[in-house]
Structures are given as C-alpha cells and as structure tokens.
Design a protein around this ligand. Structure first.
Ligand code: ATP
Length: 671
C-alpha cells in the first residue's frame, strides 16, 4: 500500500471539460450507485455463512459509492480459493456472482428496501445488464477453458473467417442497439461517440486491420472503446493501463476521467497493489486478503504520510538500493545475431533493417511504442513468425550443450549459432525461455489437473503438455543413484512430487564412450539429469512461489511474514508452503500467480536466452519484487541465481521501474 499513491504528474494534469460534463456530476444529490451495508460478508453461492470463510468481509463503514465519487479497487493477489485477488472478488460481487450477507436480518431487509447493491437503478432493470467489466489480467483468447489457442494468426497465417473480422466491424457491432434484432454492421454509420473515442484512443489508422493482428496495447485500447460503446451504466476496468505506452496511458486516463465525470458511463478501475492511482480517483476500496476497507484518497494519503521515510523508500523503489551483482561489461559469446531484418505485411512495414546482437551475460530492455514491433521481433527470435525463415541473416542458438539440461552442462562451451531455418522450432523452444501475453493465452489450462509442478516441468522441453507424469518414474533412479547424496532431503519430497520432469534424452555422441559402456553411462546420466531437474523445479518454486511473496493467505500454518527470495533459508528440502503450491492446479491460480509459474517455467531449464514480454502483468507488488530479485541473481551460488552470466535476458515493458536491472547493467534497444 505504501507506494499506492506514488503520484504521477501525468495523472495530475486535468483536461478541459468536455461537453458531456455539463451534467455537473459533482453537485448531484441522488441515490448511491453502489451500496454494501457495514460489516457485510460476501460468500460464494451455496456456501453456508457459518462454516466457510467469506470471500470478502467489509469493515464497519461498509461500501457506499455516491454519484460524483471516483473509485479504484486496489488489492494484492492471493494464490487461489479464498485467497483469490481482491479485484477479482470485487468483480464477482459487482456482477452478482456472489451472495452478499449483511450482518443481521434487519440490516438485510433495510438494504433490500433501499435498492440493494445498485440503489440508483430502477427496480424494473436487471442491474447486471447495465454493469460491464473489462479485465486485462484475464486471458483474452482461446475461450476460457484452455484448448490450444493458435496465435500464429497474428503473424499473417490467417485462415478462418473469424480471424479476418476487422476492428471497424467489431466496434460497430458494439454500437448496435440491443432492440434492433440485427447483428449486421453493413451500412451502419459510426456515431459521434464512435468517432471521438477511436480518434482519442489512436485507433483510427487501424480500423481496417483484422483484430487478431493488433498489438497488445492496440487490443487493450480497442477493448476499452468497445466496452464504452456498449453504453453500460457502470464500467469496471481492471488494470486498464497495463501494457500501454506512455502517450496511450495519458490519453486513456484523460478520456476515462472525462467519461466518468459525464457519467457516460461511470468508471471504476481495478489496480494491483503498488500501481499508480490516477489523480482523478477520489476513493479507494482496499482489499487485503478477505478484508475490504473503503477509504477516501485523502485518508490513504495521510496514512502514507505516517509511514517512516525509510520504509517508503524501500517499498517504492527497491531497485535503487539493491545494486545487482550482474554486469554486462565483459564481451560474452554471441547468442543471437540479426542483420537487416525486415517484416512487412503487404505494404505495411513493421520492422525495417533491424540489426541486433545479443551476448551471454547481457540484460536488455526492448523498448518502443504500442505497435512498434517488439512482439514481432521476439517472435522472430522464437521462430514463431513465418517470416523468420525468409530473413537473410538471423542466427539463433542451435546447440543443446548450453541449455543446461544436465548439471555438468553448466560449464559447457558457448552455444553454436546457425540460421533459423536450419534450427528446428522444437529445439528453439528448449533454448529460448519465453513468457509473453501470447504464450500466457496459449498455455493450456484444461489439461487434467495440471499442477504447478507439471506446468514448470514443461519448461525443460519447451512444450505445453507435461510428459512422464507421476513421481514413480523418479523414485527408483534416485534411490539407486550414486550421486543422490547431492539431493538428500529433496529425495523424500520428490516421492510426493506432483509430476515428472520431462523426457530425458542422452545422446550417444555426447558420452564419447565405447558401445559396451554406453548403456550404463546413459542410465547414470539420466539419473543425474532427473535429480538436477527435480532440484531445479523446487529451487524456482521456492524463489518465485508464495514462500517469496505470500501474505500467509495460501497456507495459514506457514509463517505470516512475507520474505524475499534472498532472505530465504537455503532449504535442505522445499518448505511446506512451496510443496503445497507445487500441488495446486495451475488453472486455479489467479493470473498474476500463473505468470509467476510461467516465469519459473521459462527459467527452470536455464536456457541461453530468456525473453520476458510484459511478464509483470497481473502480479502485485510483493510478487513483482520477488521475481525481480530472483532475476537480478544476488546469490553467489550460480544455481541459486535466477539467471547466470552464461544467459542473456530480454525484458519488454513500458514501465521503466519494472526492469530488474539498473543503469549500465541494462542495455536498451529501441524500436
Ligand atoms: N497480419 C498483420 N497484418 C498487418 N499488420 C499486422 C499484422 N500482424 C501485426 N501487424 C501490425 O504489426 C505491428 C506490430 O505489432 P507488435 O505486436 O509487434 O507491436 P508491439 O511493439 O509488441 O506492441 P505492444 O506494445 O502494443 O505490445 C502492429 O501495428 C500490428 O497491427
């Protein structure tokens, strides 16, 4: 909460009042917009009040949103179940997906009499048809279940008709009156609001593009405009500024303020703990665990003033006081070499004559406005883009020797480079660890009970489906291994492990032995690799899981004080918290925690190149801090570092403060 109100000048500039503002929102005396009685509790439907912990427990001030007030819901995230993120729970409540229980039956009756949750709406209107939520933490494609989402359509391989629906079609569809009965946009003229919004949101030049081709920032802006065009009474935007470049953030913030002031529609925003609160917000619903407390921004400000200065500095800018041991001064071996790289879709040029070399030990911040081609450039590196094959000079890692699939490989020679078209995509997936919005959307959630352990274990092969399921496969080899002393303590825990560690292949050539010795040596090496993989999974989960950031919402028996990854005792076996997390179904986690698991997956195999595109999206301040510390790699032990000197990392973010490295430790590549 400390850095909640890092006021940001860009949010303080108030815009000239629009004509819509003439409704003079601030002077209106009307019924409350939202009303939750004091001391109310919120339960999942079907949960008996006495026996289950509530999802939310409101304080004695309850929650009343009056006309003219501007609210933000601010919360950390939990790890699932009752610990789900506060904004998520507020959304569920506002959409009527939960049961609100006032403290007494009299309070219940008074509340119902006064109009319930939305007193400002006439009783004849179903409130849930007038409330709209757009969340940017959730997945945007592939349905909600997790069937594989083919994102290659973005890169020019469109086949289905629905991939060709343009932005104009989609937005016009939103302006169709609900009573018209027609779903055709043909001949439909854009409204004044349509013109104004698309202009302000910088979408005008993109109207004829298929929506699947829009960049992340462009898509987010389009989703906001689409929701506004549907003319709800109340629009809740969850993390609306994530992934937007600075100019887009400024124009969106201004536009939201104008719309809210004109009540057309009323806007409420969801923010993660630690995010800037726009200056036009007047009130905050703060959700910590299950506790929901409504405050004015003034109150929050005076609470901040009471925090000792040293504590403030630590929370708002931990990067300034923790210099990293990472350096980029030495010339590491080349890992990526691209010269005169170009990407165009017909006449539309996205990348022109790009030259970039990435070396071992380097930490890069890839910068550029929304739509400048950052994701496209990364998709060339991962080999996902069809035009990666046609580049004249695009050299990528091609040897497995430095992918650290065995402990001894940590001292392996520099990786070999070769042209992308000679490197199989499956191999690239092992050699390049990735977290990106596209990958986040594509990662399957429906795989039967895929645990956090299994999700992380897919990082060794770079696939999406866990292989060698069950710990049984590990038990025997570990028990008979000559080198198992190195993993004593881990051994007991792995028998309860929640999945395998991927296929372990050992090349005959790699062993350099005669035929008779090969089989025996192969078996020994397989055991060694499996042991290393088990240990790596526990290491990344300990460093990036709830043991590093939890507010004890996950396992109540665990220590209630959150601790950072470097202050963790180096465990002889994983903590109870980490073990419990490893067994949790991946799909049950909130998006921020899922991203942390996918970060663990990208790092677990210690690939030579790691690409992190908007990896912080959905994480709260504690999670982000844990991840950044791990990436900075302050431990002296090479194995305990998030990334080593033999690896290169590229980070994409529009927020400078999200980059884990400082000053000269990080190189910048601007598109
Ligand atoms: N098939 C396509 N046809 C036309 N234009 C396309 C196609 N695919 C992508 N583009 C355009 O390429 C540009 C670059 O997109 P990209 O996703 O690489 O941007 P970005 O820099 O990652 O943006 P953001 O910061 O918003 O994520 C965008 O303007 C996008 O509309």
């Amino acid at each position: 909460m400390t850095s909640l109100l890092r006021t940001c000048p860009r949010h303080l500039r108030l815009q000239p009042q629009s004509s819509r503002k003439k409704r003079a929102y601030s002077s209106l005396k009307s019924k409350p917009i939202i009303s939750v009685p004091p001391n109310s509790k919120v339960y999942a439907f079907g949960a008996p009040s006495q026996t289950r912990l509530p999802l939310l427990a409101f304080s004695e001030s309850g929650w009343t949103v009056n006309e003219g007030e501007a609210w933000a819901v601010v919360s950390g995230v939990g790890t699932g179940g009752a610990g789900k993120g506060g904004v998520f729970k507020a959304i569920q409540t506002l959409l009527g997906h939960t049961r609100i229980a006032p403290p007494t039956s009299q309070a219940q009756a008074r509340w119902a009499e006064a109009g319930g949750l939305y007193p400002f709406l006439p009783p004849s209107i179903d409130p849930y048809t007038r409330i709209k939520v757009v969340s940017f933490r959730q997945r945007t494609g592939g349905g909600d279940g997790g069937a594989f989402f083919d994102y290659t359509a973005r890169y020019g391989a469109m086949r289905e008709d629905e991939d060709k629906v343009t932005l104009r079609d989609t937005l016009l569809q939103s302006t169709l009156g609900s009573g018209s009965g027609s779903t055709s946009t043909e001949g439909r003229l854009p409204s004044k609001l349509f013109d104004e919004l698309t202009e302000k949101m910088g979408l005008k030049g993109l109207m004829d593009l298929p929506i699947v081709t829009l960049s992340n920032g462009q898509t987010r802006r389009a989703r906001v405009v689409k929701a506004i065009l549907e003319r709800p009474e109340l629009l809740l935007l969850d993390e609306p500024l994530t992934g937007l470049d600075v100019p887009s953030r400024v124009s969106l913030t201004r536009t939201l303020q104008e719309l809210h002031e004109a009540r057309s529609p009323r806007i409420m925003i969801g923010l993660r703990k630690g995010e800037d609160v726009p200056a036009w917000i007047t009130h905050v619903l703060e959700v910590e665990g299950a506790q929901a407390v409504a405050r004015t921004v003034k109150e929050v400000r005076s609470m901040l003033a009471a925090v000792p200065v040293t504590q403030k500095v630590e929370s708002s800018s931990d990067k300034t006081e923790e210099p990293s041991s990472t350096t980029t001064t030495g010339e590491g071996a080349l890992l990526v070499d691209m010269r005169d790289v170009n990407v165009a879709y017909g006449a539309r040029k996205v990348l022109t004559n790009i030259n970039w070399q990435i070396r071992q030990g380097e930490r890069w911040h890839l910068q550029g406005a929304n739509g400048s081609g950052k994701t496209t450039l990364l998709s060339l590196l991962t080999g996902d883009h069809p035009q990666s094959y046609t580049q004249k000079h695009l050299l990528l890692p091609s040897s497995t020797s430095s992918s650290s699939s065995t402990p001894s490989d940590l001292e392996a020679p520099s990786p070999q480079l070769q042209h992308r078209k000679r490197t199989p995509t499956a191999l690239l997936r092992r050699l390049i660890g990735v977290v990106s919005p596209e990958m986040f959307d594509a990662f399957p959630r429906r795989h039967p009970g895929m645990s956090v352990w299994e999700a992380v274990s897919t990082g060794f092969d770079g696939g999406f489906v866990p292989r060698t399921k069950g710990a049984g496969a590990l038990k025997t080899p570990l028990g008979t291994s000559t080198s198992s002393s190195s993993v004593k303590g881990w051994e007991e825990t792995e028998s309860k492990a929640t999945g395998g560690v991927g296929w372990v292949d050992v090349d005959d050539d790699e062993l350099g032995l005669g035929w008779d010795a090969i089989e025996e040596e192969k078996a020994r090496k397989r055991v060694e690799v499996r042991e290393w993989r088990v240990r790596r999974i526990w290491e990344v989960l300990e460093a990036l899981g709830p043991a590093a950031w939890s507010q004890a919402s996950f396992v109540s028996s665990h220590s209630s004080s959150p601790h950072s990854s470097e202050s963790l005792p180096q465990p002889s076996s994983p903590s109870a918290l980490t073990k419990s997390f490893a067994e949790t179904p991946f799909s049950s986690l909130p998006p921020g925690s899922q991203r942390l698991v996918l970060l663990a997956r990208a790092l677990v195999g210690r690939p030579p190149v790691v690409l992190l595109d908007e990896v912080w999206s959905g994480m709260d301040a504690d999670q982000m801090r844990a991840a950044r510390r791990y990436l900075r790699g302050e431990s002296q032990n090479e194995l305990k570092k998030g990334v080593g000197e033999d690896q290169a990392v590229v980070v994409i973010t529009h927020w400078e403060e999200e980059v884990p490295w400082n000053g000269e430790e990080v190189k910048r590549f601007r598109l």
